[in-house]
Write a protein that binds this ligand. Structure first.
Ligand SMILES: Cc1cc2nc3c(=O)[nH]c(=O)nc-3n(C[C@H](O)[C@H](O)[C@H](O)COP(=O)(O)OP(=O)(O)OC[C@H]3O[C@@H](n4cnc5c(N)ncnc54)[C@H](O)[C@@H]3O)c2cc1C
Length: 299
């Protein structure tokens, strides 16, 4: 990323919240579950799936975790009631991962139980590297009890291929992404090409160990690379899907859908939109640049 982009993303963090909200609206369905349902129905009409996320992470009290848990249950209820082509994504820290591990297991176990009853699925998002071991441990425990749960793997982490190897006895359903948090060079690749290379290597490994993979990226190079691997390894269409974020590269999403690939969109909703939005805006310096230009009339 250029120095200018670095400056722009730093400035974005100093922006007033309403301004951040204005520019991040495209990445969020709205404040309420109804908004996520409406968005999912629009996607479903096109044959596209969604995964619904209740915004919020790294909570500090059990009360907050219990509240997040009830909101997640409400998501599962509505998926069932409205027969949505959708599932649930959760942030383990939102379920109290860093407060009380056993309590977190209990909370997520209840979600998996309800999801199983309704024939749907729970995805454990991957968070920053301080949580990786605990999220994989949580996943291992749940995976021994449920088929309808899976975890996310980040290709920027140096440990990733080893993790896939180590989990081959249990991990049958992954989402593979590059990773969004800022991590130290000792544990994470920093170069765009190294991250891409590790992404495709990890994808190959996942298919080799027999996993289902949500190929989560908007990077054309990776999408083309994934298609090549799928062809070369003759991977059946029942073993993967493409995944993208709401508001990002909708043309690419529609193109993949038109080509007949299964596509799922990550649909976040809720009042805790700020941290999520800042991460999305940092990913996209062009949008961030517009904010700066509009505010300071630099153009
Ligand atoms: C469904 C899904 C779930 C995810 N879950 C996790 C998770 O659990 N943990 C985690 O760490 N990360 C997660 N991520 C984020 C991921 O790690 C990357 O940060 C993000 O997807 C950007 O990487 P990319 O592969 O799209 O490549 P990039 O090179 O970043 O993007 C490729 C192109 O897509 C466009 N683009 C990308 N982001 C934006 C944006 N915000 N706004 C506008 N255009 C954009 C740009 O044109 C860019 O050139 C998830 C991503 C997806 C798609």
């Amino acid at each position: 990323m250029s120095i200018i982009n670095n400056i722009i993303v730093s400035v974005v963090q100093l922006m007033p919240k309403p301004v951040v909200r204005f520019f991040s609206n495209r990445y969020i369905a709205g404040d309420h579950l109804n908004d996520a349902v409406r968005m999912t129905k629009e996607l479903n009409k096109k044959g596209i799936y969604s995964t619904i996320d209740v915004l919020g992470e790294a909570i500090t009290t059990k009360e907050e975790a219990i509240n997040a848990h009830s909101q997640c249950l409400a998501v599962l209820e509505v998926i069932h009631k409205e027969k949505l082509m959708s599932n649930l994504s959760i942030k383990p820290t939102q379920m109290a991962l860093q407060i009380d591990f056993d309590f977190c297991v209990k909370q997520v176990r209840e979600l998996c139980t309800k999801a199983r009853e309704y024939g749907t699925f729970v995805r454990l998002d991957m968070e920053d590297a301080t949580t990786t071991d605990d999220i994989l441990r949580l996943h291992r425990i749940l995976r021994s009890e449920f088929d309808n749960v899976g975890v996310v793997i980040q290709s920027y982490l140096r440990r990733t291929v080893r993790d896939i190897e180590e989990q081959k006895d249990i991990a049958l359903n992954y989402r593979l992404c590059k990773g969004i948090y800022i991590e130290a060079e000792e544990i994470a690749f920093k170069g765009r090409e190294e991250i891409q290379e590790n992404y495709l290597l990890s994808l190959r490994k996942m298919f080799e160990v027999g996993a289902y993979v949500g190929i989560a990226t908007h990077d054309i190079y990776l999408i083309e690379g994934a298609k090549k691997i799928i062809n070369e390894m003759k991977v059946d269409a029942s073993r993967y899907e493409f995944q993208m974020l709401l508001g990002v590269k909708e043309d690419l999403r529609d193109q993949l859908n038109a080509e007949g690939f299964k596509v799922r969109i990550y649909v976040p909703f809720g009042k805790d939109w700020y941290k999520y939005s800042i991460r999305r805006l940092k990913e996209n310096p062009q949008v961030a640049g517009h904010i700066v230009k509009n505010i300071f009339s630099l153009n």
